[in-house]
Design a protein around this ligand. Structure first.
Ligand code: PGA
Ligand code: MG
Length: 229
């Protein structure tokens, strides 16, 4: 395997952060909302462990994964459109209420954000979470003040792993591919960074529905964002 670049060579002018599984452990609330939805539809609850494997591609795919019981929902029996609509509505309603109530900020996050800000790094959140849930969650976690820009999964016509949300935030915050880094937890983040021509830092503690994070080709993989310092 190629030696990883030293992170010191990556000290960024712009840092783009994934939200779920990177900054915030939001799985307890997502799982509770998914289980509310499944129960309302007369199905057995999925539980937090499964939901952790299903987060990262946005709410619609999370609902499809829950309805099929599979991360690879594309290979399951197609879900009926009316059922999908009802399930989505139920999930959005429950998550609107639950969002942030049992979520926590991962260890090392505040230290990292503080240090980056001291270095005049400009920061954005680039998440696949629907935009309406993003600011309330950041506010409930006391994190909103760090970020100059938020892009949710439905802010643009495309979301991660597409490069566009990353490139838009990079340009808006005055970064270039040489001064910008993407920090995330999943294959969507690694692929989005690659598609945007940016280096990726991945955390091992997040939600990863794909191959192990160490195998996703990121420049740096860490157990805590505090390690980046
Ligand atoms: O899938 C989601 O809703 C959250 O995704 P994120 O990991 O991009 O924040
Ligand atoms: Mg994530």
């Amino acid at each position: 395997m190629e030696p990883r670049r030293r992170f010191t060579s990556l000290w960024p002018g712009v840092a783009l952060f994934d939200l779920d599984g990177t900054l915030v452990d939001s799985a307890p609330d997502l799982a509770a909302a998914i289980d509310d939805m499944l129960t309302a539809l007369g199905k057995p609850p999925a539980g937090q462990e499964k939901v952790r494997q299903w987060v990262g591609n946005g709410a619609q795919i999370l609902v499809r994964r829950a309805l099929t019981g599979r991360a690879d929902w594309e290979n399951a029996e197609p879900v009926d459109d009316a059922l999908f609509r009802d399930a989505s509505e139920q999930f959005y309603q429950s998550y609107d209420t639950l969002n942030g109530s049992c979520s926590t900020v991962f260890d090392g996050v505040e230290t990292c954000l503080q240090r980056l800000q001291e270095m005049d790094c400009r920061m954005a959140v680039i998440t696949n979470k629907p935009e309406r849930f993003v600011r309330p969650l950041l506010e409930r976690m006391g994190l909103e003040h760090w970020f100059e820009m938020i892009i949710g999964g439905d802010t643009l016509p495309v979301k991660k792993p597409d490069a566009e949300p990353l490139l838009l935030a990079m340009r808006t915050l005055g970064g270039t591919p040489g001064t910008t880094v993407m920090i995330g937890d999943s294959r969507a983040d690694a692929e989005a960074a690659r598609n945007a021509g940016l280096p990726a830092v991945l955390v091992r503690y997040g939600y990863n529905y794909g191959p192990p994070v160490d195998e996703l080709g990121a420049e740096v993989v860490v157990d805590s964002l505090a390690e980046l310092l």
